[in-house]
Design a protein around this ligand. Structure first.
Ligand SMILES: C[S@@+](CC[C@H](N)C(=O)[O-])C[C@H]1O[C@@H](n2cnc3c(N)ncnc32)[C@H](O)[C@@H]1O
Length: 344
């Protein structure tokens, strides 16, 4: 090993150590500078490709067949407030349970998932063939992504779909490498089980759509997608976890990149004064999720940038579980629609 290379390695080790200690001083989040996953995994029989994207490295020591996601761009509020939920390896192992995420939402996970996916599905059914882009901003514990993929691929979920040559790009972005890796592993496992060769699904259940699932490390407050490039965008329980400045940027970035529709599912203040959940959840959220009260006290539309106000409208706002949860659909004004709407 030449002296130059040796000093480069030593420098990188020092850099890693510095980063490890920096992360350790602020939280109990995982150590290490990058998390690696394969760049691409193909499930040919299921018509699915799992593609992991990341910043390109010119470092010859990095394995070019693997995507490297970096720890050091995780924002401070995540380290500080949510290390126990999203960053610590034990946290991922603990929380990634369907029954548990359902319990946290008081048994409403499936209903809220279906409400969100119903809108996404409308975009599958609008009759036009060609490529559709769907963006999910932030990974979600539980089976949301898996259901979205199966709704695209399986006729039994999607009876009206007859378009034979539809191609779907399902983008999932998150800032935390460990969450992206978890989503990659979860989807790889599930898609393997959706594969007609290996399992329970009859070949006739499949339509002829194909899906590229693209996982990428991005900050929701500064997305790299082009303006108007996503047919629909999904924000599932993300906004209540972000401090105001990040939340405002996330919402407006979601509006910027959407072509048709943005679907938001999140907390909301219960409607009835005597609702027992109201007082219990207020205590829980105030202690564990310090930014969540903003979603109780403010209407999401007030965070829409004045620049976008004339371009979008609130096409739908629906409350669930006596108002503890809300679904808000924000739509581009140019689009013709028959549902009731009020200007944002
Ligand atoms: C979607 S939210 C919560 C969803 C829901 N509570 C669940 O059961 O998973 C959690 C995700 O948001 C991600 N996240 C938080 N801030 C982010 C940001 N600024 N950019 C991208 N992802 C972010 C976290 O890394 C985490 O994976």
């Amino acid at each position: 090993m030449s002296l130059g290379r040796c000093s480069k390695v030593v420098t990188r080790e020092l850099h890693c150590k510095r980063q490890e200690s920096r992360i350790h001083t602020t939280s109990l989040s995982p150590v290490g500078v990058t998390i690696k996953v394969p760049k691409q995994t193909d499930f040919v029989d299921a018509g699915v490709r799992l593609i992991c994207q990341g910043r390109t490295h010119c470092d010859p020591d990095q394995d070019s067949n693997m995507t490297h996601w970096e720890q050091d761009i995780i924002p401070e509020y995540l380290h500080h407030t949510y290390w126990w939920a999203y960053l610590h390896p034990q946290a991922v192992r603990f929380w990634e349970r369907q029954w548990l995420v359902n319990l946290i939402l008081w048994g409403n996970f499936n209903a809220l998932r279906e409400e969100a996916l119903r809108h996404v599905q409308d975009h599958f059914l609008n009759g036009e063939s060609g490529t559709k882009n769907i963006l999910q901003i932030a990974c979600v514990y539980g089976n949301l992504s898996e259901h979205l993929v199966s709704k695209i691929l399986l006729n039994r979920n999607n009876k009206q779909q007859s378009t034979s040559d539809s191609k779907y790009n399902y983008h999932i972005v998150d800032i935390a490498p460990i969450q992206l890796k978890n989503t990659f592993e979860k989807l790889a496992y599930r898609i393997e089980r959706l594969n007609p060769k290996t399992l329970t699904v009859n070949k006739n259940d499949y339509n002829r759509s194909s899906v590229d699932i693209l996982l990428d490390q991005q900050n929701s407050s500064q997305l790299s997608f082009e303006t108007g490039s996503m047919d629909c965008v999904l924000l599932f329980f993300l906004l209540h976890e972000q401090p105001l400045d990040v939340r405002v940027k996330t919402l407006n970035e979601a509006i910027r990149v959407m072509k048709d529709e943005l679907i938001i599912v999140d907390y909301h203040q219960p409607v009835h004064r005597l609702n027992p959940w109201k007082y219990f959840m207020k205590q829980v959220l105030t202690r564990l999720e310090p930014f969540a009260m903003d979603l109780w006290n403010h209407d999401i539309s007030q965070w829409i940038d004045p620049h976008y106000r004339s371009q979008v409208h609130i096409a739908e706002k629906k409350l669930y579980f006596d108002g503890l949860y809300q679904k808000v659909v924000i739509r581009k004004i140019e689009q013709k629609d028959t549902s009731d709407h009020s200007t944002a």
